[in-house]
Design a protein around this ligand. Structure first.
Ligand code: FAD
Length: 379
């Protein structure tokens, strides 16, 4: 494994850094509010206009054809520059890799440029009131409608992040109720302005409308909005899930930038910190660096043709626990001032607490690691 970047990658880093330093806006309102979402979209469209929105995608879809290494470099620079989190992340980092793998040529040509340009904004329709961890237990139905040339969707999704602000949803629906649970599911792309869709925002404790419930009453979805094979949605969804837990949703640049901010905070606030807190700061920085180096290993293996598979669960466990520990150390340094959200650490801490829940809870990831990575017997 080569831990150095070559001249071309260094030049790419310098170009990205120059652009980001000249263009990154000041702090934006939370992207989980209507006002903040609009402000983030404006930023994401500026990224797209200068071809920084999806650097690793082919040029025909709005990217730069950058390598995975260059993408990692871009992410490091993005977070280092303090750029806003991406409200379009579900489309770019979760759905798009799945479209590249399973989409028809027509679907790729239709959706990828519009996702890159932040025009088609996707939310994720997995969870239902009675199916979270047990995703294969979903009850929302897709019923064949031959006369309509497609499928009728019925049921309810919940915990749909930014569902109130998005215009599309990708989701799993049960298309064959007679089949074994994992076999009778189909993956659909659903326009949220279709007849029969109701989106109801769900307020969060922090005051943001970050979630929505989405109801489907006989929503007609044409055949060309099925992603992958009919009844094979589980396989397609697992590809999305691997992106969500593994490489693409949470790149190491994000955690390195937070850990660096923590070290800076320690330099200004840590003189009287107790040794336990000092150790927590050092540990957070070392773990962020370890995650970065581990990711280099993962990328090396992916470029050699290996797929990430169940190892993405191991990565998800690591980054979500790292994020909580980093924010806890910062709040320890800030003491009572942390309550005032100094430096945004409190808001960041609250969000970090969701990390062990979203993208599949950490208990479930531990089960996956035990059974599929370590080969232990099923519990
Ligand atoms: C910030 C955030 C954003 C989210 N965004 C989305 C989104 O955009 N789209 C979407 O579809 N969903 C979203 N979710 C929902 C998320 O996917 C679910 O919350 C998660 O899968 C857990 O499901 P649940 O809440 O129904 O809990 P449950 O599945 O009911 O689990 C409750 C508890 O039991 C534990 N548990 C359950 N089964 C087992 C088992 N077999 N072994 C050990 N422990 C077990 C769990 O780990 C958990 O601690 C989001 C959640 C959060 C917090």
């Amino acid at each position: 494994m080569d831990l150095t970047f070559d001249d071309a990658e260094q030049a790419f880093r310098a170009e990205a850094r120059r652009w980001l330093e000249a263009n990154v806006p000041g702090p934006l309102p939370s992207g989980d509010t209507a006002e903040g979402f609009a402000a983030h979209l404006e930023w994401e469209r500026r990224l797209f206009a200068d071809r920084w929105a999806v650097v690793s995608w082919p040029e025909e879809y709005g990217g730069r054809g950058a390598s995975l290494w260059e993408w990692l470099v871009f992410e490091e620079e993005y977070w280092r520059a303090g750029a806003p989190s991406r409200v379009n992340q579900n489309g770019i980092f979760l759905l798009a890799p799945t479209l590249f793998e399973f989409g028809t040529d027509e679907q790729k040509a239709r959706f990828l440029p519009r996702i890159a340009a932040a025009v088609d904004l996707f939310c994720q329709g997995w969870s239902e009131p009675n199916a979270g961890s047990d995703l294969a237990g979903i009850q929302s139905r897709a019923v064949r409608d031959d006369a309509g040339g497609g499928w009728r969707l019925r049921g309810q999704k919940t915990w749909t992040t930014r569902g109130a602000f998005c215009n599309w949803l990708f989701g799993l629906f049960r298309s064959d109720p007679e089949a074994e649970r994992h076999r009778g599911l189909t993956y659909f792309l659903v326009p949220l302005d279709a007849d029969g869709v109701t989106v109801r925002p769900v307020g969060r404790l922090d005051g943001d409308d970050g979630f929505a419930e989405v109801f489907f009453e006989d929503v007609l979805v044409p055949d060309d909005l099925v992603l992958g094979e009919v009844h094979q949605g589980w396989r397609v969804a697992m590809a999305t899930t691997s992106s969500e837990r593994g490489l693409s949703l949470r790149s190491p640049g994000r955690f390195m930038a937070t850990a660096t901010r923590l070290v800076d905070l320690y330099r200004t606030r840590g003189a009287d910190a107790d040794p336990g807190l000092r150790e927590a700061v050092v540990r957070a920085w070392m773990d962020a660096d370890a995650y970065r180096l581990h990711t280099f290993g993962v990328v090396t293996r992916m470029l050699a043709g290996e797929s990430l598979g169940a190892e993405s669960s191991f990565m998800k466990l690591f980054w979500s626990e790292l994020d909580v520990a980093t924010h806890e150390a910062a709040l320890g340094l800030l003491g009572r001032e942390g309550e005032l959200d100094a430096g945004g650490w409190m808001k960041g801490y609250q969000f970090s607490l969701a990390g062990p829940i979203y993208a599949g809870t950490n208990e479930i990831q531990r089960n996956v690691v035990a059974e599929r990575v370590l080969g232990l017997p099923r519990g």
